[in-house]
Each structure stands twice: as C-alpha cells, then as structure tokens.
Design a protein around this ligand. Structure first.
Ligand code: ARG
Length: 456
C-alpha cells in the first residue's frame, strides 16, 4: 500500500526530474551497482546465483545504455530509478534487492564523485597536452625578442619564448589543482545510506577498493551532503578557463593589423559574411569568452550550497548541470587551444622591430646611474627627464648628444650608449626567472621536468 494516493502533478514532475541531464552518470551508476551487488553477496543478502543473475542483468543494462537502446519510461525521475526499473524488467523481482542498504542519497554522491574524478584526470591530461604545445613553441621562439607590456603599454623587451612559458606555468598550476580535485573526490560516500548509515554490515573498504576510492567518507551525514569535490572541480576549471581566456585575448590582439605579431591558421579562423577580406580569430575570441560561463557554474553551486541544512536536500540535484556544462566547455577549450596554437605563426621581424623601441631600456639606464652611485629614486627622475627630452625633440634615446646628456647628469658618459646597444636589455635581465637567454634556458629545462611530472 503506497504512501501516496494522488499521482504527481505534471508540472511537479518536470521540476523534479533530473533524467533530462543525469543520464551521463549512467556508466558510473552501473559500475557502483556492480560493486554494491558484490558487497550484498559478501554480506549474505544475495546468494551467489542471485549475484550472477544481477551482474548479467547489469551487463545488459550497460550494453543498452552504450548502444543507445536503453528505454527511458514516461515520467521517469532520474537515472538511478531508471536503471533499477530496467534491471527489474530484465531479471525480475530480484532487481528489487539491489537497493538494500543503499539510498539514492549516497548513490548519487558516489556517481558524481566518480564522474568528477574521471573528468579531473582528463582535464589534467588535456592541460598537459597544452603545456607540451606551449613548451614546444617556447623552445622554437626562445631567441625572438618582443616587447613585454604592462598596462598594455610597451614596458621592457622579453623573449617570445619567455612570454609563452608564462602560460605554461599557469597550466602547470591548473594541472596541480586538478590532481587535488581527484583527491577531494576520493572519499567513498556509498554506505552512508540516506544520512545515518545503514543497517547492514557491508564491506565499504572493499567497495572503495573496487571503485578506486582512496578512503571512506568518515561521516555519513557529511557524505550525503558533501559537494565540495564538485566545487573544487568548478573552481579549478574556472581558474583554468580564465588562463585560456587571457591566452585567447592576447592572440586576438596580436593577430590584429595594429599588432601584427602573429597569425592564426585558416583552419581556426572564420571569414565575414559581408567583408570578403576578413579573417577573424574566432577561436581565440571564444577561448576568451568561455571563462565567465565556467565561473558561473561555481557561483551557481556555491549559491545552492549556501545555508543548506544537513543532510541531503533536493537542492543538491542542481549540482549537475553546472558541472556538466563546465566539463564540456573546459574540455573543448583545452583541446581547441592546443590545436589552434599548433597552427599559430609569429612574425619575427615585426616583433623585433617593436622590441627595439629604446624606451624599453629606460630602467637599464637608471640602473647604470645606480651603479655609478646615484640612489635609484633620483636616477628614475633623471631618466624621466631624458625620456621627456627625447620625446620633445622627436629623437631616440641613443640620439641624444653627450652635451645633452651631461645637462641631465654629469654621471652620463659613453657607457650610456653601451647600454642602448640592441639586445643588452634582454640579456641584462639575469635574475632567476628573468628573460636573459641563460635564465630562459634554465626555465625551459624546468618546464621539461614539470611536464614529465604532469604526464606521469
Ligand atoms: N536525482 C537526485 C539528485 O540528483 C538523486 C537523489 C534523490 N534523492 C532523494 N532523496 N530524492 O540529487
């Protein structure tokens, strides 16, 4: 005699159902059901003949899901109900034994943890491929000068390889974060039941081992209400997408006629429907634009979790679409970024010409005065005066005469012109992590080691 007399209102059904989007948990649901069935057997709840039939039934379900013939019944609520219903159609009333000692609350938490673990590992792998691509580009362009920027104003020249490696290290941190996400999804919720634990002595350690969890969730209440691992994924994904958006934004700028630093290959560009001459860096623009969408997934779930009383509430069902959308967007962006960079070409002459802007040596001239005994702040003022004078006269810094120089400081002698010899100001940046060739070579070595670690 069921609890309810009235059927659900169709509007309630639509609001309540997650079957429209939680289907992608199906392989994980089957996987955990196999492990759970074996635990039921070990606890004497199923006999071995029943376990064999149950496993065969689950195999059929898995085949149907994979082959696309799995039938979804009308008004089915979620994938967990659907799989149990289908299993029961296949194996008969025995299917009804599978839910012994399990609640959908620990079940869904387990499925989502498995899903997050897999996709965190995939994101790490894709980040690794992008790192490899960046490293390869950095090696190829290690000796190409370009202007470095602050405030998007030319600041000091750097090597293009050095600039590209900045993105490599961002991705390296992303890869570490995705490894941490794997750890945070590593506690097994199954066995927590609805919230209080279950009435059966199921071997959770064995279930954890079979499903690849590192340990058991230590508190059943926390186990069914915890979605930190989803937030961890969304947080790592948001930061990673932000990195990709900065990369995309630079490629958009750099491929403009105004910069002309690089060119995106045709297979990652589009034309205009009206202007026949156009070649637009749409892929880079979309890398730039996807970041807020992924970050909004984090905000959505943080909002859902905020102030939510323990333990499970249906609010938690809202974790999935935010997660799935972020996974799809991030994985696509990581792969596309790698491929797009593969076809990117840089314009050496144009970069070198822009890097030759002598104002990029202003700090080096100030440092020259410091070496001759002047306090840096004072030297900063003197060089500021030189820059002003050069701008007023429409000259380059090296075109100022010795007489003009001495009006600014008696310390300015021939060594001033030495400093301005092209190339000096890149090679003078010899601090650890700086752009000087020897330091860049060290950095490339460190990047190779870091990439190996990510790929291990
Ligand atoms: N579809 C649900 C979810 O995504 C599964 C858990 C339902 N649990 C419950 N007590 N109604 O969270």
């Amino acid at each position: 005699m069921p609890r309810f007399r009235d059927p659900p209102d169709p509007l309630f059904q639509r609001l309540n159902a997650s079957i429209g989007f939680d289907r992608r948990l199906a392989p994980y649901d089957v996987q955990q059901s196999r492990a759970h069935a074996r635990a039921l057997r070990a606890a004497g709840i199923l006999d071995s003949e029943e376990l064999a039939r149950m496993e065969q039934g689950l195999d059929t379900v898995a085949d149907e899901l994979e082959g696309g013939s799995f039938p979804i019944a009308d008004a089915e609520e979620d994938i967990h109900v659907a799989i149990e219903r289908r299993l029961t159609e296949i194996v008969g009333p025995l299917g009804g034994k599978l839910h012994t000692g399990r609640s959908r609350n620990d079940q869904v938490a387990t499925d989502v943890a498995l899903y997050v673990r897999d996709h965190a590992a995939l994101a790490r792998q894709l980040a690794g491929s992008l790192m490899a691509r960046l490293l390869e580009l950095a090696e190829r362009h290690a000796a190409w000068p370009m202007p470095g920027y602050t405030h998007l104003q030319r600041a000091q020249p750097v090597y293009l390889g050095h600039h590209l490696l900045a993105y490599f290290w961002m991705l390296r941190r992303d890869a570490s974060r995705f490894a941490q996400v794997g750890e945070s999804a590593g506690e097994l919720p199954l066995g927590a039941g609805a919230l209080a634990g279950v009435n059966w002595d199921l071997d959770r350690q064995e279930v954890a081992r079979e499903l690849g969890f590192d340990s058991l969730a230590p508190n059943s209440i926390d186990a069914v209400s915890n979605r930190d691992f989803v937030l961890d994924y969304l947080s790592a994904a948001s930061i990673c997408a932000m990195h990709l958006s900065r990369l995309g934004a630079e490629i958009v700028l750099w491929s403009s006629d105004e910069f002309s630093f690089c060119e995106v290959a045709e297979d990652f560009s589009s034309g205009s429907s009206i202007m026949p001459q156009k070649k637009n860096p749409d892929a880079a623009e979309l890398l730039r634009a996807k970041a807020p969408r992924i970050a909004s997934g984090f905000l959505t779930l943080a909002g859902v979790m905020h102030g939510l009383p323990l333990a499970y509430s249906k609010d938690l069902q809202e974790d999935k679409e935010a997660l799935f959308d972020a996974v799809d967007s991030l994985e696509l962006c990581l792969e596309a970024a790698e491929r797009m960079l593969g076809g990117l070409s840089f314009h050496r002459e144009r970069l070198a010409e822009a890097a030759a802007d002598e104002f990029g040596a202003a700090t080096d001239i100030a440092d020259l005065l410091v070496r001759k005994g002047m306090p840096f702040r004072e030297a900063h003022g003197v060089v500021g005066g030189l820059v002003r004078e050069a701008l007023d006269q429409g000259k380059a810094l090296s075109e100022l005469t010795p007489a003009e120089l001495s009006r600014h400081s008696h310390l300015l002698d021939d060594s001033y012109y030495e400093v301005l010899r092209a190339g000096q100001w890149l090679e003078s940046k010899g601090s650890v992590g700086g752009t000087a060739s020897a330091r860049l070579a060290e950095q490339l070595d460190a990047a190779r080691v870091a990439l190996e670690e990510v790929r291990r």
